[in-house]
Design a protein around this ligand. Sequence first.
Ligand code: JB2
Length: 215
Amino acid sequence: MAPTLDIGGVVIIGGGGHAKVVIESLRAAGETVAAIVDADPTPREVLGVPVLGDDLILPELRGRGLSRLFVAIGDNRLREKLGGKSRDLGFALVNAIHPSAVISPSAKLGEGVAVMAGVVINADSQIGDLAIINTGAVVDHDCQLGVACHLGPASALAGGVSIGARAFLGVGARAIPGVTIGADAIVGAGGVVARDLPDAVLAIGVPAKIKGDRS
Ligand code: JB2
């Protein structure tokens, strides 16, 4: 365990690729990142942030006064689970919002949300807790995004789109106005959702067609 920790700094869960982008977004927003916990507790640094151990050290970190945390895990279900566990331990889930993102003042963001560089979120859209709005994604007006969903880089939602919990849109995927994408659905890279998708399906192509059932 490092001898000194910035107790105002953010604890990051996960030390992989997603964590790198999150760390740089937090720093760009003026935050300090104090420590990482990772399932692989091998002592190391990720972008200069020490990996202090695995999730078992979270209570100790909380006891040392660290109270702000971000779950930087790309897997939607695991991120949702770890977000709940962190709250149970008394951590507050902070948002990681890159300063280059343009977010409407009427949009509402939950907690533990990642909004990466170049994102646009327009009027009256609502983003659920632990969602990832990845680099360059666009969320037009009046969209509703569920808990722990993930919009991949350069994906785009037209106005009034609803996305269920833990759904994932791959890089460059798009959705036309007003469609609903069910919970746990996956839209493959570049896919265009032109009609509603039920829960837990895999849809690919232009227009996106259902190719699998994930339930
Ligand atoms: O339960 C866990 C756990 N499970 C895996 N607790 C903690 N504390 N850490 C966990 N991990 C760790 O998450 C792994 O040991 C690994 O270090 C990290 C996942 O790293 P990886 O680079 O494989 O995935 P990622 O989640 O950082 O990034 C994925 O999602 C992003 C959104 C990738 O698909 C990226 O390409 C994508 N941009």
